[in-house]
Design a binder for this molecule. Sequence first.
Ligand code: HEM
Length: 409
Amino acid sequence: MRSLLAGPPVRTVTVDGTRAEFVTDPVLVRQILVKDGRNYGKGELFQKARNLSRAGLLAADESVHRHYRRLAHPYLRTAAVAGYAPLMRRIARETVTAWRPGQAVDVQAEMCRLAGAIALGTLLGPLSPERSALLGRSLAALTWEMIRKPLHGKAAARARRQGAAQRLTRAREEFRALIASYVAEQHNSPDLAAGYLPALLADPGRAGCPALTADEVCDEAVMMLTAATATTASVMSWALYVLAEEPLIEERVLKGLAREGDEDAGPPRIGYPLRFLMEVLRLYPPVWITCRKTLSDATLGDHALPAGTHVLFSSYLLHRDPERHPDPLRFDPDRWLTTRPSAQDASYIPFGTGAKGCVGESFAWRELEILLGTIMTEWQLALPPGSRVRTAPDTTLHPRRLVMVPQPR
Ligand code: HEM
């Protein structure tokens, strides 16, 4: 795939029989996402593969999309996220205290459980411990099936034959049914709790964007919870893998964590742990390929793109471009001491950018910092001797299999 960087900045490719323009120039990608962002709708090339709903925030047309984003924003902006920190920390502690010294952990399944429990606890509103456990198990199972579903091509066909698609559908139906029963209860409750899901239920809609039906609220909740879980789980898995492979980096992250103390408030600083996470997100961006579709005729560099043209770009590739990231394959958190992510181009976009970039970015940074701190201060995770971890570019970019052995610090 990296050979694409050497070729023309825009080239035609075919994905599962559909023609698309693959863009590798970071300036042109920024033009698509920011300057001309309103002329590029959500592309649907991978939507089915990612098992995403076709309504709501992820897929909606422009004005409806803006409405849903405005609804989500109060629950995901930095100030709200600061309030979630104690809960995030408690859930993280509860999960890692269940680990046993020397007993292998399936890291990705565990990170799905952890990120899923945090998403449920923060975004749904109050849950009984029983319901929280039931939803948590179901969301973790769904997310793990989603993460490893191949996006297209031969791998997707093979997965279909092996029943992966059916497993994913079953997991989605099960989780959706649990959410639906919760939504029905909330719907009939005289006092709606505070939180993102209750806000969706209470939203009266507006001109051109009618109030959501209970069914649509369920779809939206499933979308938000899985978007929050699959991404964070993949990033944390890579983070733990890198720490096991790079003892000197691990030592510096630990020292950095000790210096940063235990604060809940304030914006993240570019200390070593944060630079480490930035570097994990550079080399292992979970949303590694993204698409858009022109809403009307457009021009991109020397290319005329008629309305309806599919456009693809890959953060994985942009983040490994040697022109923008010297010695790109080297894991070097200190590169972020002298370089900041550019506001002129899209050379570093783990969360995307522009009006359709990640609405959960502040949430994700806080969560990643807390998970990293909680896990690392309690446990050192090692790879079993001889294990080889391979990259799987599926729905998210994730380690194909990651089993690690915890030892107390
Ligand atoms: C490290 C963690 C995360 C990464 C790397 C990540 C990455 C991304 C990226 C790249 C996009 C934009 C895709 C595009 O341009 O088409 C996106 C969109 C989105 N993300 Fe995240 N995300 C993360 C965590 C979260 C969390 C924690 C939440 C919710 C709490 C969330 C909710 C969403 C939603 C709802 C969208 C769609 C936004 C829209 O269409 O306006 N993400 N994410």
